[in-house]
Design a protein around this ligand. Sequence first.
Ligand SMILES: *Cc1c(COP(=O)(O)O)cnc(C)c1O
Length: 226
Amino acid sequence: MIEQNIKIILSKMPPDIQVVAAAKSRGVDEIRQAVSAGIKVIGENYVKEALDKFEIIGREVEWHLIGHLQKNKVKKAVKIFDMIETLDCLDLAESLNAECRKIDKIMPVLIEVNSASEPQKYGLLNEEVESFLAKVDGLKNLKFMGLMTMGPFTDDREVLRDCFKKTKYLFEKVKLDRGDLMDWKYLSMGMSSSYDTAIEQGANIVRIGTAIFGPRTYKKKCSYED
Ligand SMILES: *Cc1c(COP(=O)(O)O)cnc(C)c1O
């Protein structure tokens, strides 16, 4: 089933879109099926869960952190992940930078934006992003490559579209203002129910869980299900 789902998704995907298989609560076997069907990036929400799987699967696939990162998990996270998609505050940036420096790693990061300005959500507000980037300029072990957003919890296409559009606008504005200083090129938005709308609005990373693996049989608490 997983292979079939992926084949259909990838066959309809425009070129140059990175599909991240959101694998929270999924086992090693399911991840391996996804990889053999053509998935190149696994997204995990929890460091501990990622570490358990990483120890078995290793670097035959890329690993993105797509859940909220707590400071006490940074040291482990920098060892596993190839990209942190959820950088959302200065404190965390400094701590990530320090741990990366210790192991001599340059970590690609995306800034998470709370694009619908929802009070309970993680992420910077859109209007905070540029001043944030000015503050993290000196953190040489982090490579700021773009934006990630969850978007609002709604089935309303117009609301979602509007939110993705605003995030794309911000992404382009940063590229104009500071793009010559950075390798600014990724815009991660859209999940199973919204990736088509996100791509239409300019996403080039989509994070797909349910549409690949089927419904989650147990729910773990995670940033967007809080
Ligand atoms: C779980 C998750 C997804 C994928 O959600 P689905 O609706 O299962 O496709 C995408 N992004 C993040 C941050 C997630 O936690």
